[in-house]
Design a binder for this molecule. Structure first.
Ligand code: C2E
Ligand code: MG
Ligand code: MG
Ligand code: MG
Length: 288
């Protein structure tokens, strides 16, 4: 009887599964053309000092508005590019956009701001990420320390395939950040070995921080870890002023999140910076 029920359930979900599979197949069919046509874009989210709101950098986040399917979530894009063995094209396109922004930032008054890109853990097995990125920064004439490579704890733990390339990235002088830190299981030894520059504390720990003794304790401990290993800490997904205030109290001074800005397309950055600077000016005049 349970077998029948099981089969019945399967049948009921079958059209949904089929639709999901078709959607995935369509995304896989279209993603490479979309990358080549410039239909995929990188949007950029500012990273700020929690005390002064000075802009310290940006994170590049892929965006794709598909002609018939509409908005495609970044993890779906990444998955599709991986499935058709084109992760290098996706990361390459985002890196080109990041380098273009890096070239423009000095004229916007931000000569030392970093721009971060995301590299998914499975990419390292498909192509030489370190060689591709080194070639990109050389071609764009960018100092590698201004390009920040966000990897996940999963990549950090893969000492065999990702390990050698991460070491190369570190030795080439790229800035390394561990993304979504606290969401998985990280090996402390690897953090030390690799000389990771920055930990990005996962949004899951930041959300509602002021009401969670547990999360505040975790963040205190992470901040002490960061100090001991000379890593900077950045809080992800800061949405409210009380989260920002709690982070400042705990000693975390870098943040990224909707409280400051949502990701934005490159042409909007200059005007956002102007408005942001004016707001900052107004705030410091009030404080002074
Ligand atoms: P992530 O790298 O942890 O990026 C941060 C995500 O949190 C982004 O979602 C961003 O829009 C979102 N976010 C930022 N501030 C807030 C906030 O205050 N509240 C909330 N609720 N969300 C906030 P997005 O752009 O949808 O990207 C999701 C994930 O997809 C990223 O997480 C990253 O893992 C992956 N991803 C995005 N772009 C790329 C890419 O170019 N390459 C690769 N490999 N992965 C990417
Ligand atoms: Mg990221
Ligand atoms: Mg380094
Ligand atoms: Mg993250």
């Amino acid at each position: 009887r349970s077998k029948e029920q099981g089969r019945g359930r399967w049948r009921k979900f079958d059209p949904m599964l089929r639709a999901a599979a078709e959607r995935q197949r369509q995304i896989e069919t279209d993603v490479l053309r979309a990358i080549e046509a410039g239909e995929l874009e990188a949007w950029f989210q500012p990273q700020v000092c929690l005390h002064t709101h000075t802009v310290l950098g940006f994170e590049a986040l892929v965006r794709w508005h598909h002609p018939t399917l509409g908005f495609i979530a970044p993890p779906e894009i990444v998955q599709a590019a991986h499935a058709i063995h084109s992760s290098d094209r996706l990361t390459g396109a985002v890196t080109d956009a990041a380098c273009t922004l890096l070239r423009a930032l000095p004229d916007m008054g931000l000569p030392n701001a970093t721009v971060a890109i995301n590299v998914s853990p499975r990419e390292f097995a498909l192509y030489s990420v370190s060689e591709m990125l080194a070639a990109k920064v050389a071609r764009h004439g960018i100092r590698p320390n201004l390009l920040e490579i966000e990897i996940t704890e999963e990549a950090l733990l893969d000492t065999v395939i990702a390990g050698a390339q991460l070491k190369q990235l570190e030795q080439s002088g790229f800035t390394l950040a561990v993304d979504d830190f606290g969401a998985g299981h990280s090996s402390l030894t690897r953090l030390i070995d690799l000389k990771v520059d920055r930990l990005k504390i996962d949004r899951g720990i930041i959300s509602g921080l002021e009401r969670s003794d547990r999360n505040r304790a975790i963040i205190s401990a992470l901040i002490r870890l960061g100090e001991a290993l000379s890593m900077s800490m950045l809080a992800e997904g800061v949405e409210t002023e009380s989260e920002a205030e709690t982070l400042r109290t705990l000693g975390c001074w870098m943040g990224q999140g909707y409280l400051f800005a949502r990701p934005m397309p490159m042409p909007r950055i200059a005007s956002w910076l102007r408005e942001h600077g004016e707001k900052q000016g107004a705030v410091s005049r009030v404080v002074a």
